[in-house]
Every structure is written in C-alpha cells, then in structure tokens.
Design a protein around this ligand. Structure first.
Ligand SMILES: Cc1cc2nc3c(=O)[nH]c(=O)nc-3n(C[C@H](O)[C@H](O)[C@H](O)COP(=O)(O)OP(=O)(O)OC[C@H]3O[C@@H](n4cnc5c(N)ncnc54)[C@H](O)[C@@H]3O)c2cc1C
Length: 593
C-alpha cells in the first residue's frame, strides 16, 4: 500500500485553517510567493511516494544493526537519504545565509507531515537535524556556525539531540554527564546517554551531536546544565574530516516500532573524553535546548498527523475492497464492500476528521512561529510568539494521541488482517506508539500547557485565541448552510466549556496546584477538540468561497462530523477537568491502600 500526499487538504489547512494566506497578505512573510506552495508539496509528495514509502516496510522488517561500534541502517536507506538531501529537502526552511532555501517553517511543516506519512522512521532523522540547526543558529558562536551550519542545512551531516540518561528522563535536571574545561576553549565530555535517536548510522559521513552536560562547578538542577556540540569526526581547519571523536554507540534498543530508526546508548569518555564545544553560555544550556525541543515538539506532532493520514489512506482502500455482508435493506445475493456499513463509515470519518484537525493545529503552530520570527512589527511578533508557545504542546500531544487513535482504528477496519503484519496496518500502530512518549511525554506537554502557557499573563494568549474561535462560530451560524447541521451550536458549547475550564484552572493554579495538574491531560484534549473543530469549520467556510477544491460540501460535512461527534465531548471534558480533581487527589487510598 503506497501513500499519496493529500495536497488539496493540506493546502486548505495551510492557507486557510492555519492562516498562511492571510499572513502572506499582511506582509509578514516579506516577498515570499505563496503560489509556490502547491508545487513544493506536490514535488515532496512525489518523492515520498516513489522513494520513501516503498522503504517503510523494508526498514520495519530489517531494522538496524550495531557491529564494531557502527550502526548500519536498512538496505536502501543510505541511498534514499542521499537522494533526499541532494534534492534539497533538508534545506527547505534552512537559513539562506547557510545555503538554506529560507522558505516558511509552515511549508516545511507540511513536508514533515509528508515524510512522516510515507516513512516515519526515515523522517525522524531530519526532524532532529532541523532542531539542531535552529538551536545552533540561535545560540551558537559565529565560528561553530561557520564550520557546521552549512553541512547541517544541506543534510550532508545529521544532528542528534542528547538529553536522556537512565536516571534523567522527564526530569532532565538530574542528568550527570560531565563536562570539563580543557583550557583551550573546548571541553571534554564523559558520560552515558540513552535512547538517542540516530545516535549513529551510515547515511552520512559525519554526525553532529548536541549533548547536555554539567560542569564540575555547576549549580544543581536545570540551572547547571550546558549544551555542547560534539562532532562524531572532528573537523579540520579546511573543513575536511579529522580524527574520530570519543563518542560511540555502545548499544541499540529493540523496540515495539520504529525499527528502522536507531535508538542508541551513547558512551563518551572511553578515551579521555569527547571533545565538545559550548553552545551559548555555560549553565544556560536549557535555554538553547528549549529552542531545539520546541521545534522538535512540533515535528513530532506532525509525525502524529502523518502516521494518522497513512493509516487512514490504507484503511479507506481496504474498506473499498473487502467484501462482507450487505448494505442494510439490500436483498439478493452477493456481498458489499465494508465501506457501505455505517459503522465502518463512522470509523473512517473519525479517522479523517481527527487527522484533519490535528493537521491544521500543527500548521497553525508553524504559521505562528513563522510570524514570530519574520514579522516586522514587534507587537505582532510578540503576539505570534505567545500563540506559538501556547499551541506547541497542543500540536505535540493532541496530534500524537490522534496518531495512535487513528492508527488503532486503521487496524480495526482491517478486522483480523489488521493484526497480521503483512497488511502494514499493524506497523502504523506500532510506529505511532512512541510519539506520545518522546520529546516530552504528553503528560508533560499538558502540564506545560496549564502551568506555563495558560498560566502566563493571566491566560492572555488563551483569551485572544478564544475570541477568534468565537468569531468562527458566529460565521458558521451566520452562513445558514444546512449542511453544517448543528455545527455552530456544538462549537459554541465547546468554546464555552474551554473558557470555563481555563478560568477554573487558572484560579486553581495558585490556590490548589494539584487540582490544576490533575486536570491537565483532559484540558489539553478539550483544547484540541475545540480548536480542531473550529479550525475545520473555518476551512469549510473557506472552501465554500473558493474554486479548485472540488465539492466544498465535503469539507462542510467533515467539519459537521467533527463538531457533532468529537467537539461534543468538550462538555464532558470540562466536567472531567473540574469535577474529577478531588478523586485524583484522593487516589492514594485506591492505588496504595
Ligand atoms: C524510541 C525512542 C527515541 C528517543 N529519542 C531520544 C533522543 O533522541 N534524545 C533524547 O534525549 N531522548 C530520547 N528519548 C527519550 C525520551 O525523550 C524519554 O523516554 C521521555 O522523555 C520520557 O522519559 P522517561 O522514559 O525517562 O520516562 P519518565 O520520565 O520516567 O516518565 C514515566 C511516566 O511518568 C510521567 N511523569 C514523569 N514525570 C512527571 C511529572 N513531573 N509529572 C507528571 N507525570 C510525570 C511521564 O509522563 C510518564 O508517563 C527516546 C526514547 C525512545 C523510546
């Protein structure tokens, strides 16, 4: 089963749901020509269908190998990576002064969805490189940028992100990897990192590791962490590769999914310490890492969208072929494809609606981050930065939860064949499972949403978004299209639920923080369901006014399905946030009694 990028849906989401077109028209993207978006996505879709999708199963079955401290990827992967980077895909949104194309992050977000949908284990490698580029560009010295950025932007070298240690997962502040000042401006790093994605591989000549470590005189906790750039091979003054640095893969994990993506234990210090170079200031590494993680969190959200869309496409094709039973009311012999059954239709609609909503939330996050970086007016930049910060945990957690739900429904639609590996439906479900865990678990994202994002400036970013969502609801109500059914009323209720839950949480944050923390996960879901519903309605309104999207009523029906089946859960989620905190706080009696 191959993959076809849903270009029309992506363009509608990008330009209208996420607001790229309005931002271009407002001048926030300078001289960027929005007309090229479709061409870029079509080309990316072609590459993904022709080159990456066929390698997805091979990678899953073959996995990776670690021998003699070297990781080998699955057959065809190094060649595919070289073709992919040679075609310029790594450089789409890279800074132009280092050879990048300087296109909007939003366009790269759509491309990331495409790479993830066609081959999520492949797409994960550049996803981390892009985060590394962002951190180095924002915080690195001119010298480090000169040596490393061009090769990272082109994709000639890849990047890794190394936080996790056995005792330091979500709580990165307790990491122990040690950095000593070498006296020549460089550092010697010793320690062990675990779970490092693409910590070693054979797709490029060099790998640039971004490693968090602690100086001997550093204060405890996150205030004592510094970020170091550690190349696999040192780089000579003329840019050629020099000696092998003292950082090696010492083990690889055997995993539920993502078999083709090496997950390495990295050991530094067997030969006196890996040579590392400081990024930013000593003890300010978390600041740099946040730049890197925010980008990666959006990227992982897009993995959720991508895997969901792939699972949906596969389930849709299967449902049109597999014959069982007859359409209700039909007489005579012969069976019908299962897509005639309302319960199967419901599952497919659920898959499609959830995927579309998560897509737009991710793209909207990218547009906000673009405006924050590109707009000339500091006020516009500041508001966009607050919007991007608010949306990032939702993009990550809502979309990856959706990725899992949709991949699971994909298995369900295949019936017994879904549980059998040869259909590929099972691989999507296995591969999706890591996405709510890495880059900060979804629980940690929810806490970030409630404590930092909602909690910032009395919830200002939330209130301004709620105003916009209310306007969308009013437009749906005013348009009087019977195709929307009860969409307007359902979304109005959802927005009201989100507002009440937000006010309650804000109040509890100071007075009873455990109540707020207990409600964080249902709150994030409430946010995603409300925002996603309003965004799909906005897209449907736009499709009605546009040419080139075929029958706009299909977008109206999709928005209606979301509002009447998913956004309606907002009321129950509001009650969960508010009413269940007491039971959660009393849980010890049940769990430990
Ligand atoms: C395939 C794979 C690839 C990875 N790639 C990388 C990589 O490239 N680089 C890297 O540095 N790391 C990587 N990781 C590590 C990943 O980021 C961590 O696994 C993740 O951050 C969670 O940490 P943990 O596993 O220690 O779980 P823990 O932190 O032990 O969490 C266990 C559970 O407790 C919850 N929890 C923990 N603390 C709190 C809290 N304060 N409040 C509420 N709930 C809490 C979590 O949400 C989770 O449900 C990877 C992991 C895997 C499996």
């Amino acid at each position: 089963m191959t993959y076809r990028a849903p270009i029309n849906d992506m363009l509608l989401a990008l330009n209208h749901g996420a607001g790229l077109q309005a931002a271009v028209e407002a001048g926030h993207y300078g001289d960027f020509d929005g007309d090229i978006t479709a061409a870029v996505l079509e080309e990316a879709g072609r590459f993904a269908s022709d080159v990456l999708a066929p390698l997805n199963r091979i990678g899953d079955q073959h996995g990776i190998k670690l021998e003699n401290r070297k990781v080998t990827t699955a057959p065809g992967w190094p060649d595919a990576y070289k073709r992919w980077s040679a075609a310029g895909w790594n450089a789409v949104s890279g800074p132009e002064r280092f050879g990048g194309q300087g296109l909007p992050l939003a366009i790269n977000a759509a491309c990331t969805e495409i790479w993830s949908a066609s081959n999520i284990a492949f797409g994960l490698c550049p996803l981390l490189t892009l985060s590394a580029i962002e951190a180095l560009d924002a915080h690195g010295s001119d010298e480090l940028k000169r040596i490393y950025l061009e090769k990272l932007v082109s994709g000639e070298w890849t990047g890794t992100m190394q936080l996790t240690e056995p005792q330091a997962g979500s709580d990165v502040g307790v990491l122990r990897t040690r950095a000593e000042r070498a006296g020549d401006g460089s550092y010697r790093i010793t320690g062990t990192k675990i779970f490092i994605t693409y910590g070693d591989h054979d797709m490029t000549d060099n790998i640039v590791h971004f490693v968090l470590a602690r100086l001997p005189d550093a204060p405890p906790g996150t205030k004592g962490i510094s970020l170091f750039l550690i190349p696999k091979f040192l780089v000579n003054a003329d840019g050629s590769l020099g000696a092998r640095n003292d950082i090696y893969p010492s083990g690889v994990e055997h995993k539920l999914g993502m078999h083709a993506s090496p997950t390495c234990t990295m050991t530094m210090g067997d030969n006196g310490g890996a040579i590392g170079y400081l990024i930013g200031e000593e003890n300010r590494g978390m600041l740099c890492m946040f730049t890197m993680m925010n980008q990666a969190r959006l990227g992982v959200g897009l993995e959720g969208v991508g895997i969901a869309d792939r699972a949906y496409q596969q389930a849709l094709a299967f449902a049109q072929e597999r014959r069982q039973g007859r359409r209700a009311g039909k007489t005579g012999n012969g069976s019908d494809p299962i897509i005639v059954h309302p319960d199967v239709k419901r599952m497919l609609m659920q898959m499609r609606a959830l995927t579309a909503a998560a897509r737009t939330i991710c793209y909207a996050t990218a547009v906000a981050l673009d405006i924050a970086a590109r707009a000339t007016d500091p006020k516009v930049r500041g508001e966009a930065a607050a919007r991007g910060a608010l949306l990032t945990p939702i993009a990550k957690a809502f979309s990856t939860d959706i990725g899992n739900e949709v991949a699971s429904l994909g298995v369900q639609i295949h019936g017994g064949m879904g549980f059998i590996e040869e259909t590929g439906a099972a691989q999507h479900a296995r591969d999706a499972r890591i996405t709510p865990i890495y880059e900060g678990t979804n629980g940690i994202q929810s806490i970030d949403l409630v404590t930092r994002k909602l909690g910032s400036q009395g919830g200002a970013a939330v209130w301004s978004l709620l105003d916009e969502l209310s306007q969308t609801v009013s437009q749906v109500e005013a348009c009087n299209d019977p195709g929307f059914g009860t969409t307007g009323a359902k979304l109005r209720d959802a927005v009201a639920s989100l507002e009440r839950a937000s006010r309650w949480l804000l109040e509890r944050l100071g007075a009873a923080p455990n109540d707020a923390l207990a409600g964080a996960t249902p709150y994030l879901r409430l946010f995603g369901a409300t925002l996603g519903g309003c965004k799909l309605a906005e897209e449907a309104l736009a499709a009605r006014a546009l040419e080139g999207f075929g029958d706009p009523q299909r977008y109206v029906t999709l928005a209606r399905f979301f509002a009447e089946n998913i956004a309606v859960q907002a009321g129950a989620l509001e009650r969960t946030v508010i009413d269940s905190a007491d039971a959660v706080n009393a849980a010890d009696a049940v769990l430990l009694g």
